[in-house]
Design a binder for this molecule. Sequence first.
Ligand code: SF4
Length: 221
Amino acid sequence: MLVDSGLNGINISIDSLDRNTFKNVTGHDRLPEILKGINILQDLNFENIKINAVLLNGINASDKDFESWGEFIKKNKVDFRYIELMQTGDNLDYFKKYHVSSKIFKEYLNKNNWIYQTLGKDAGPALNYINPEYKGKFGIIAPYSKDFCRSCNRLRITSRGDLRLCLFGNTGISIRHLLQKDDQIKELQDLIMGQMKFKKESHHLELGETGLTKNLSTTGG
Ligand code: SF4
C-alpha cells in the first residue's frame, strides 16, 4: 500500500542484526518482522532503502557486528549507515556510557578495502563506501568530525510542527498553522526562505551545546 501510494524512499532503524541485542536496545522483539518487510520491498523492486544504526560502544560496535552487516549488504541492495551517537538535551549519562567515535568503523572499512565514494554537493553529510562485490553500500554519519556540517542540506520539522534549521540549533519557528492549510505553498515557501538566513554553518555539539532538541525522536528530517 505504501509503495502504491507513491513512497519512493524509506529509512529504517535497525541497531543490530542480532535478535537479542535488537530487543535489548529497542524494547521490541520485532527484528524478524522488519527484515521480512525489507524483503517485501525488494521483491517489489523498491530501490531506495536506507538502514540506520546508532553506533553504541559495547553493544553493536565490534568487528563482528560490522561483519554481520557486511554479509547482509552483500546480498541486499540497501544503504546501511552507522550514525555516531550524539549528545542531546536529555541523554548525557547515556552518551557518556555508549559514545564511541565513528572512526572505528571508518578504520574497519579502510582495512577491508571499501572505497570511499565522492558524491555531489547536495548529497548530505553521510560518507559512503562501496565495494564491487557487494550489492549494498556502507555509510557513516559522523557529526563530531571536522566539516561535518559543511554539506548540510537539511531542515527539520518537529512532531509539533516547529521548523528547525539544524537538529541542534536554538532557532525555530512554528509552521504548524500553514501545514494545516490546503493552499499554503507560497506562504510556506516565504516563511522557510525567510528563516534560511539564520541557518548556521555548524552545530556546537563539541562544546556540549545541544540546542532546543531534548530528544531526537521528536524531530524528523
Ligand atoms: S548543521 Fe545541523 S542539521 Fe546540518 S548537518 Fe550539521 S548538525 Fe546536522
